[in-house]
Structure formats: C-alpha cells, structure tokens
Design a binder for this molecule. Structure first.
Ligand code: CTP
Length: 405
C-alpha cells in the first residue's frame, strides 16, 4: 500500500552482518511498497547472510556492495546526499563502533560519514555485546550526534539465549522511519487528540455492553496525523491494534473514562478527531459480583445514558477556545447525510465524517470505508470507496485547511 508520506522520498538502507539481515529484506520491501525509492548498501559480512539479489528483487533497484568500481569515490556522496533518511538495520556492534569513531573502511561507513540526512540505527547483537560498556558508550556518542537509536528489543536471540539484542521488527521500524520523515510536516507543533474503538459498559465484573467498532479508523487517523508531524494523543477503547510509533496512548474502557481522558487532553489541543464509537447507554448500576444464571428469573437491565463527550467538549471549548478544530464521526444505518447535518450543528463541530455502517464494504469489520464529509455549513462531499488509511488522509487534509484558514 502506498503511503503519501513516502512519495518522492529516497531512503538509504544500510545492512550489516547480523542474522537479522534477513529481516532487512522485509523492511526494504515494506519501504518500497510504501512508495519510497530504496537504495541498499550491503557490507561484506551482510552478504554472508543475504544476497544482493534479494534486495534488488524487492526494491527494483541496483544494490550497492563493497566491490568498489571506478566511480567508487563519488558513489557514497551521491547515495547519502540524495537521501532523506539513512537507516542502518541491522547495525552490528562492530559497525556501531566504527561509526562512533568516524572510521570509514567500507561503503556503508563512508556513506554514514558523508550523510547530511537524519540517521536511524537499529542495533542487533548478542545481549552481552549490547550491554558491554564499549557498545553503550558508542551508542551514547551516536545519539549525542543526533542519531535515532531504535531498539534493540528483548527476546530470544540466535545464540539461543534470551535478552536485549534483537533487531526491532520491520513493521515497527517502518513506524519510526515515518516519524523521522514527518518532521517539519504541516502539523508540526500541533497537538491532535484522536479517539478510537468502542467503549465497554460493565454489567458485572465479567460482562459488558459494547459495539462492533474495531478501532481501525481511529488508529489510521492517528497515523495520518503523525505523518504530518503532529504530536498525537490516541485515546482508545479496548483493541488489539499495534500502536503507531510516536503516539501517546491512553487506554480507556468506559464512556465515562473516555470522557475524562478526552476533556483532559483537549485542554491544550488544537484538534480533536472523535472517531470512537462511544456507547450511548450503560447499565444503570454495575453488579459487584457476577450475576448468577439462577437469579435471572424476571431479570431486567435498566439503562442510563452515557455522557455525550462531544457535547462536553463543546462546553469546555466555550470557556477555553480549545480545540480549534473538532471533527466527529457519524455511524448511521439510514438517512446518512441528513443525520450528519443535524449532528454537526447539535455538537458544534467543524466537520463530521458520516458512514453507512450497514453497507458490506464500509464501517465495522472491514478495512474500507465509504464516507461523506459534512462541514459546519452543511456542505457534503461524498468520497468513493477507500481504505481507512485513505479516509484518514482525506480527513487530515480538511483539518489542515481548517487550521490554516
Ligand atoms: N459521541 C460522543 N459521546 C457519546 C456518543 C457519541 O462524543 N456518548 C460522538 C461519537 O464519537 C461521534 C459522534 O458523537 O463522533 C456521533 O456519534 P453517533 O453514535 O453517530 O451519534 P450519537 O450522538 O450517538 O447519536 P444517535 O445515537 O442518535 O445516532
């Protein structure tokens, strides 16, 4: 899937001699699929684990090796000067040591010395090597010079031992690369609060009322805001989704907990995007112990309304003026646009994203959405069937225009 952030971006990927080099092929593939041009430099030791052909196949570009040709003296300069980011993954203890001391004895370390772009390093080594004072000192030196060190992660290593030394997984590295590329984007300096997922309203300690929301649309919105350089607070109901790198997550369960978290985060926020499917009703009381099957004869469950979070935000905004832009979502099963127009006014929103959750290719369970964006004046724009990531881009584009205006 292409990601707009990667359009016209050139990334230099340095691969050194660690068993994690095979995972670098996956990273190169992910970056290429996202739309980046990926130039790979393999060290001699890396070539003992993986072949240039592997990387050439996934990137569709020639791979740079330590076989220096006649133009070798300019290759390193050209490579690193044309790139927006230099990622070294995996980075061995040996390469870290060389870089910390400014040594330049192969194409990778020469390029690292010549690179004016941001440098991301994903160390991979045995736990003992990582813990060694020499490696720690080298990492500190590189960090002090501005390199971003990601990982290593804890877990089982090639030696069979467990510890800290595994290269961070490619999907997670991709998130950190996005964060670096997003620096200076249109949301730089903006605080954006995004809510995601459904809430759970407890009946007793083991049961609750909830809905089918997966949280996917909210998480995609958080990622799209991060891709524009925003500081993102993601307030999420129970979910199993990976957290986008760079987002600060507040996990909540009930509508009341979500309301408290949203009001606190909105006090100094520029934007709120309320994608969560907040439960409208909760049991009037919560049983302290599990309700037993035997006692259910004639049982009824009285419900009470939950707090309308967007209404509470509108009230707070009257006093604080924040957030400047508030976007709601409307999950409808009929009269989608009319209902959305009503909600945009009632909840004092800048815009509302309405979708028909009864459609098979839109709303719950699927990765696509069919939405209409209704603005504060009632103007409606119906977008074609899109991925939730594309919907997130479209919403962020509008938020960007509202912030600028
Ligand atoms: N919302 C909210 N607090 C609630 C319920 C909903 O802030 N207790 C927000 C949702 O996050 C969404 C917007 O209000 O951004 C519209 O939600 P929706 O469920 O479509 O509308 P409701 O206000 O619940 O109205 P209705 O049930 O009549 O459709």
């Amino acid at each position: 899937m292409t990601i707009p952030l990667f359009k016209n971006k050139r990334i230099l990927l340095g691969v050194t001699g660690s068993i994690a080099a095979y995972k670098a092929a996956d990273l190169a593939s992910k970056l290429t699929q996202a739309g980046a041009e990926v130039d790979v430099i393999l060290t001699d030791s890396a070539e003992r684990f993986v072949t240039p052909l592997t990387f050439q196949s996934v990137t569709g570009r020639p791979v740079h090796r330590d076989l220096w040709g006649s133009d070798a003296h300019v290759v390193h300069v050209g490579l690193s000067h044309g790139a927006q980011l230099f990622a070294i993954a995996p980075a061995t203890a040996n390469t870290l040591a060389k870089m910390a001391h400014g040594l330049a004895d192969n194409l990778l370390t020469v390029s690292a010395l010549a690179a004016p772009c941001p440098l991301l390093i994903a160390p991979a080594m045995d736990g003992g090597m990582f813990d060694h004072p020499a490696t720690q000192a080298n990492l500190k030196t590189l960090q002090a010079r501005g390199a971003i060190i990601v990982g290593p992660a804890e877990g089982r290593m090639a030696s069979g031992l467990s510890g800290k030394g595994r290269m961070v997984e490619p999907a997670e590295l991709l998130g950190h690369i996005r964060l670096l590329l997003a620096r200076g984007g249109p949301f730089t300096g903006r605080k954006i609060v995004v809510t995601a997922g459904g809430t759970q309203e407890a009946i007793d300690p083991v049961r609750f009322i909830s809905n089918h929301s997966s949280g996917k649309q909210g998480f995609a919105l958080a990622q799209a805001a991060l891709d524009r350089g925003a500081q993102v607070t993601l307030i999420a109901g129970p979910n199993t989704l990976p957290v986008p790198a760079g987002a600060s997550v507040v996990n909540v369960r009930s509508a009341a907990e979500m309301a408290e978290a949203v009001l606190a985060a909105c006090a100094d926020a520029d934007v709120l995007i309320m994608a969560a499917a907040v439960a409208d009703f909760r049991p009037e009381t919560q049983a302290g112990q599990k309700i037993k099957r035997g006692g259910l004869e004639g049982y009824s469950l009285p419900l009470a309304k939950t707090v309308d979070i967007l209404m509470a935000v509108a009230e707070q905004k009257e006093r604080t003026g924040k957030p400047a832009v508030v976007a709601g979502f409307a999950a409808e099963t009929q009269n989608v646009i009319d209902n959305a127009r009503e909600k945009v006014i009632k909840k004092k929103l800048s815009l509302i994203v309405a979708n028909d959750v009864s459609a098979k290719d839109s709303g719950f369970f699927v990765d696509t959405n069919r939405v209409t964006i209704v603005d504060a004046g009632g103007g409606a724009a119906t977008l074609p069937l899109m991925s939730k990531a594309e919907v997130a881009e479209a919403v962020c584009e509008r938020v960007e225009r509202l912030l600028a205006g």
